[in-house]
Write a protein that binds this ligand. Structure first.
Ligand SMILES: *[C@@H]1O[C@H](CO)[C@@H](O)[C@H](O)[C@H]1NC(C)=O
Ligand SMILES: *[C@@H]1O[C@H](CO)[C@@H](O)[C@H](O)[C@H]1NC(C)=O
Ligand SMILES: *[C@@H]1O[C@H](CO)[C@@H](O)[C@H](O)[C@H]1NC(C)=O
Ligand SMILES: *[C@@H]1O[C@H](CO)[C@@H](O)[C@H](O)[C@H]1NC(C)=O
Ligand SMILES: *[C@@H]1O[C@H](CO)[C@@H](O)[C@H](O)[C@H]1NC(C)=O
Ligand SMILES: *[C@@H]1O[C@H](CO)[C@@H](O)[C@H](O)[C@H]1NC(C)=O
Length: 535
C-alpha cells in the first residue's frame, strides 16, 4: 500500500536537468554505478573470533572460516543463535541469519537466544527464538532455562510472545515470569506450540542411593494453544518412568541444584502422538494423547525394538525427529553427541534409523545415516542439530562446539564452517531454511570520504573520494539500489543504479553533491527508500 510510484516518486525518474547534471557529473539515469562489498573483517582480538563490520550498520556478525568442496549445497539461509561458551569468544551475542557464503542477512536483538529458526504458523512464514533466564549450555544454570518464545513476521515485527505460565516450582534463587525452557519451540499444524519446561519437585531417590524426598527436575513436554495461550497437553516423565533408568550419575541434590535425571531436549508432534527425547536416559519415547508410552528406542539396547543395527549405539543425543512416517515404517534421526564430557574425543554423529512399526524383533531398526567428518571430527558434549535438506543433503550444527557442516547424501562433507574458537562459542541448533523478508525499517545509508586508494579509486575514472554505504538489515530480495543525488533535497535526481553486493553495498559518488538518497529495488520495482543524507 505504501511505497513507490507516488507522484513524487515518478518525478524522480525524470532525467537530470542538463545544467545540474553537468555541474555534479550526473549522467543518464540508467547508468550502473561502481559498487563493491562494503564489509570489513576485523581479526582476532585475544580470544574473540574474527567479525564483520559495516559503515551503515553497527551489527558485528562472525566471519566464518569455510571449507567447501564445490559440490552442490542446498539453497537456504543459515540460522545461528550465536552465544559465548563460558568466556568471551564471540563479538556479538545475537541470533544471526547468514548465507553459506558468509554474508550477513539479518542481525537480531543482542542477548542469548535459543532455537533460532524459520517455521510456519498456519500459512505464515515466521522466525522464532527463545529468550529468558538460564542458558542452553554454560553458566551456573547451564542446560535449561525459563522464558518465552518470540515470534516475528516477515517484516521483523514481533507478532507474538509465547509466555507459558505453568505454576512451576523454581530452583531456589531463580525467578521468572515465563516458563518455557530453551530446548524446544515447535509450532504444530494444530495452531499449538510444543515447548519443554523444567519443574522442580521431590522424588524417591532411594534406588539411586539418595533420600526418599530428594530434589529433582521433572522436565516436562507441554503443548500450548496459540489462540488461548493455555496448555492443552502436559507430559511428565516423573509420572511415567523410573528415575533409576537414568545414565546421569547421582551424587547429591538440593532445591538449588535439583537432580536432572531425564533432561528433555526435543518434542515433536506426529498426528496425535508426541516424540519426546531424553538426553540422560539415552532414549526417545513415542507417547499418545493419554500420555501412555507407545514405544521407546534406547541407545544401548534398542528398547521396544530390542536391538540396534550392528556397531550402532547412541547417547546424550539431541533433536529426535520422525519423518517419512507410514503405518508400517518411519525414519528417526538424532544429533548423537555420544559424550557428555568436553574431554572425550568420540565424534558426534548424524544418525538416522529406519524403524518398522509397530516394533517387533523380526524387523530390527536399519541404519540409514551415521555421518561424521572423518577428516576433521568434532566432539560435542551438549546441544546440536541434524536434519535433512530439500536437495538430499543434511545439515549438522555441533551445538556446544562452534562448527556447522553440510553433508552430501552419502555422508561426504561438502561445506564446513567455524564461527568461534574451540570451546569459546556455541549455537544451540543451526538451521538452513528458506526465508523471504522485507523489513518494516528503511534501508540505512551513510555517505563518507573514502580512505586513500580504496577499492573504488579507479572506478570510472572519477576523482571523487565520496562513498555511499547502504544496507537493509534483514532484506532478502533486494537486487539493486537506485541512487539519487543533488545539491539540496528538492533537486534530487537519479544518479544511477548499483547492484547489491553482500549485506552492505559501497558505491562511488561524484564530488559536488550535497544530498544523497537511495531506493531499494526488488523484482524491478522500488520497494523502500532511505532517509535523505546530507554530505
Ligand atoms: C492456508 O492456505 C490454504 C490454501 O491457500 C487454505 O486452504 C488454508 O485454509 C490456509 N490455512 C490457514 C491456517 O490460514
Ligand atoms: C496454575 O494455577 C492456577 C491457579 O491455581 C490454575 O487455574 C491453573 O490451571 C494452573 N495451571 C497449570 C498449568 O497447572
Ligand atoms: C511442579 O512441581 C510442583 C511440586 O514441586 C507441583 O505441585 C506442580 O504441579 C508441578 N507442575 C507441573 C506443571 O507439573
Ligand atoms: C528402579 O526403580 C524401580 C522403582 O522404584 C524399582 O522397582 C526397580 O527395582 C529399580 N531398579 C533397579 C535396577 O534398582
Ligand atoms: C523420505 O521421503 C522423501 C519424500 O517422500 C523421499 O524423497 C526420501 O527418499 C525418503 N527417504 C528415505 C530414506 O526413505
Ligand atoms: C578447514 O580445513 C583446514 C585445513 O585446511 C582445517 O584445519 C580446518 O579445521 C577445517 N575447518 C573446518 C571447519 O572443518
Amino acid at each position: 500500500m505504501h511505497y513507490f510510484l507516488s507522484t513524487i516518486a515518478v518525478g524522480w525518474f525524470i532525467a537530470p536537468a542538463p545544467a545540474l547534471a553537468r555541474s555534479i557529473g550526473i549522467g543518464s539515469g540508467s547508468s550502473t554505478l561502481c559498487a563493491t562489498n562494503g564489509r570489513q573483517v576485523t581479526h582476532h582480538d585475544s580470544n574473540i573470533w574474527p567479525w564483520q563490520t559495516y559503515q551503515s550498520s553497527n551489527i558485528t556478525p562472525p566471519y566464518l572460516t569455510i571449507n567447501r568442496t564445490g559440490e552442490d549445497l542446498a539453497s537456504g539461509l543459515l540460522f545461528i543463535g550465536q552465544e559465548n561458551d563460558g568466556s568471551t569468544g564471540v563479538k556479538q551475542v545475537s541470533p544471526f541469519i547468514l548465507t553459506h557464503d558468509n554474508e550477513l542477512v539479518w542481525g537480531g536483538p543482542e542477548g542469548d537466544s535459543s532455537n533460532f529458526r524459520q517455521q510456519y504458523w498456519g500459512n505464515q512464514s515466521v522466525i522464532t527464538f527463545w529468550i529468558g533466564t538460564g542458558k542452553a549450555a554454560y553458566g551456573a544454570d547451564a542446560g535449561r532455562g525459563w522464558g518465552k518464545v518470540q515470534i516475528y513476521d516477515d517484516q521483523y515485527q514481533l507478532i507474538k510472545s509465547v509466555c507459558p505460565r505453568l505454576n512451576l516450582t523454581m530452583p531456589t534463587g531463580t525467578t521468572t515470569d515465563c516458563d518455557a525452557d530453551v530446548h524446544e519451540s515447535f509450532i504444530t499444524e494444530d495452531n499449538t506450540i510444543l515447548v519443554t519446561a523444567y519443574n522442580t519437585t521431590q522424588a524417591d531417590l532411594t534406588s539411586l542411593g539418595g533420600p526418599k524426598d530428594g530434589w529433582v527436575y521433572d522436565s516436562i513436554a507441554v503443548e500450548i494453544d496459540l489462540a488461548t495461550n493455555e496448555p492443552v497437553f502436559i507430559w511428565s516423565p516423573l509420572a511415567h518412568l523410573d528415575i533409576n533408568s537414568t545414565h546421569e550419575e547421582y551424587s547429591s541434590s538440593s532445591q538449588t541444584a535439583p537432580f536432572d535425571w531425564f533432561h528433555i531436549n526435543s518434542v515433536q508432534k506426529w498426528n496425535d502422538h508426541y516424540l519426546i527425547n531424553s538426553r540422560h536416559l539415552w532414549r526417545t519415547y513415542l507417547v499418545n494423547r493419554q500420555g501412555e508410552v507407545v514405544w521407546y528406542i534406547d541407545g544401548e539396547d534398542g528398547g521396544s525394538f530390542e536391538s540396534l543395527p550392528n556397531d550402532i549405539t547412541f547417547s546424550w543425543q539431541h533433536m529426535a525427529r520422525l519423518r517419512n512416517v507410514s503405518s508400517t515404517q518411519a525414519l528417526i534421526s538424532w544429533f548423537a553427541n555420544d559424550l557428555d564430557t568436553a574431554t572425550s574425543t568420540v565424534p558426534s554423529k548424524g544418525l538416522t534409523l529406519r524403524l518398522t512399526l509397530p516394533p517387533s524383533p523380526e524387523h530390527p531398526p536399519e541404519l540409514v545415516t551415521n555421518f561424521y567428518d572423518h577428516q576433521y571430527p568434532v566432539s560435542s558434549a551438549a546441544e546440536g542439530s541434524f536434519f535433512p535438506l530439500p536437495n538430499g543433503n543434511t545439515l549438522m550444527g555441533y551445538g556446544d562446539e562452534p562448527y556447522i557442516k553440510e553433508y552430501g547424501p552419502k555422508g561426504d562433507v561438502r561445506w564446513s564452517a567455524q564461527f568461534a574458537g574451540y570451546d569459546l562459542g556455541q549455537s544451540y541448533r543451526v538451521y538452513k531454511q528458506q526465508w523471504q523478508a522485507t523489513p518494516s525499517t528503511r534501508p540505512s545509508l551513510v555517505v563518507t570520504k573514502a580512505v586513500a586508494n580504496d577499492d573504488l579509486k579507479q572506478c570510472a575514472g572519477k576523482s571523487s573520494s565520496l562513498r555511499g554505504y547502504v544496507s537493509w538489515n534483514g532484506a532478502t530480495a533486494v537486487e539493486k539500489y537506485r541512487v539519487y543525488a543533488g545539491i539540496d533535497s528538492r533537486s534530487l535526481q537519479i544518479l544511477g543504479d548499483v547492484d547489491k553486493k553482500g549485506f552492505e553495498t559501497k558505491f562511488s559518488l561524484p564530488s559536488g553533491i550535497k544530498v544523497v538518497k537511495v531506493a531499494a529495488i526488488q523484482a524491478g520495482k522500488i520497494i523502500r527508500k532511505s532517509a535523505i543524507v546530507r554530505v
